[in-house]
Design a protein around this ligand. Structure first.
Ligand SMILES: *Cc1c(COP(=O)(O)O)cnc(C)c1O
Length: 377
């Protein structure tokens, strides 16, 4: 018999180093009396993360959403941008905030990332870019998207909020396309409580991004462009430096837990775990599983509800599709019949608990519980 867990188990928990490690860094901040606008902690973190991600140009931000918005403005995108509906609301919202019409393309059934063939079919004279999302850290088909962009004269921007540390054949995922956003929100693998970054290949673009993230200030008496405040402060950066020192351990622990999920759930009829693509180093950001009602015998919603009664709070992440939000559902590209793969994924997906302190025994028990939902009523 399976008993409910005594404490609620959520999908994630933030990586929290020992408090005295953070206090030591905060002591340094207090000594400098410098709290924001590119202080010492900020400089250290920017360099450390650029090295860790294997990118040339990196700009830290107060959160990932503002980072993506600034990148889109710095690239001067307009008109239509083709993106995926299977993502967090921030992805289409930044397009709308920049005065751009999001155009939703369907997704690939294996990667769950934007489908290049569908992207190509949606290009119009108004299209200026493709905005792909490396969902759960699984990279988009970056080669196919670059090919389309080159043929059609488009920019490529990535929402890499889930893709911290992902590498494709050893190359940092943030080196593909014109710019890649990373989120350092508390729910992400590496975090600064709230925070984010833009990686880009071009020093000129980096310069425009830096200016736009600081109100457009170009000199003491000069403002160029309509900027915002996107700066990461010293307290966030100090937290980031202490968290970064523990990210490798966190990834190693998550990798062990993912191996247990894979072993217990990987060959079960009606369950599909996210693919391990050849040559791709994973971020271990999420453990997502697709539940096929016909073959598993239970719907995703039934599994979600049953697990909740045992104190395990899985997440339907991403449900609903962004194309079903009130703000976007009247767009021609949002028609459900145009997005069958995304629609199916949104109805089947469930994110299972995954964080370093979760423990192997707990993951085993979560698998027991999930598998028992086939029989439970
Ligand atoms: C977390 C997340 C964001 C937003 O990042 P913030 O740092 O919270 O602003 C954007 N896109 C995706 C896919 C995310 O998961």
């Amino acid at each position: 018999m399976i008993r409910p867990f005594s404490e609620p188990i959520y999908v994630t928990r933030p990586l929290l180093p020992a408090l005295d490690e953070l206090q030591a860094r905060l002591g340094d901040v207090w000594k400098t009396q410098w709290l924001t606008n590119g202080g010492e902690q900020h400089e250290q973190l920017e360099r450390a993360i650029a090295a860790r991600l294997g990118v040339e140009q990196l700009s830290l931000f107060n959160n990932g959403t503002i980072a993506l918005l600034i990148a889109i403005r710095a690239l001067n995108l307009r008109g239509e941008v083709i993106t995926t509906p299977f993502t967090f609301p921030a992805t289409p919202h930044v397009l709308a905030w920049a005065g751009i019409t999001p155009v939703f393309a369907d997704i690939d059934p294996v990667r769950l990332t934007i489908d290049p063939a569908h992207v190509e079919a949606l290009v119009t004279p108004k299209t200026t870019a493709i905005l792909g999302v490396h969902v759960y850290g699984t990279p988009c088909d970056v080669d196919a998207l670059s090919g389309i962009a080159a043929r059609r004269g488009l920019r490529v921007v990535y929402d890499g909020a889930h893709a911290f540390g992902v590498r494709i054949d050893g190359r940092g995922v943030g080196t593909f396309g014109d710019a890649t956003m990373f989120s350092f929100h508390a729910t992400k693998l590496f975090h600064t409580a709230e925070g984010g970054a833009i990686a880009c290949a071009d020093a000129g673009l980096r310069h425009r991004i830096e200016r736009l993230k600081n109100f457009g200030i170009a000199g003491q008496e000069e403002v160029e462009g309509i900027g915002l405040n996107g700066k990461m402060n010293e307290l966030q950066a100090a937290l980031g430096m202490t968290v970064l020192a523990h990210v490798d351990e966190e990834v190693a622990r998550r990798r062990e837990l993912l191996a247990i999920y894979q072993q217990r759930l990987g060959r079960i009829e009606g369950l599909t775990l996210m693919p391990q693509l050849p040559g791709v180093e994973s971020s271990c950001q999420y453990c997502a599983v697709l539940v096929d009602h016909a073959r598993f015998g239970r719907t995703r919603d039934e599994v979600h509800e049953t697990m909740k009664t045992y104190n395990v709070f899985t997440r339907k992440y991403f449900y609903p599709l962004c194309s079903d939000y009130e703000s976007y559902r009247d767009l021609p590209s949002a028609r459900p019949s145009c997005l069958p793969v995304a629609r199916r994924a949104a109805s089947q997906v469930l994110c299972l608990p995954l964080y370093g302190t979760l423990g192997a025994d707990t993951v085993q028990a979560i698998c027991d519980l999930l598998l028992s939902t086939r029989r439970a009523s």
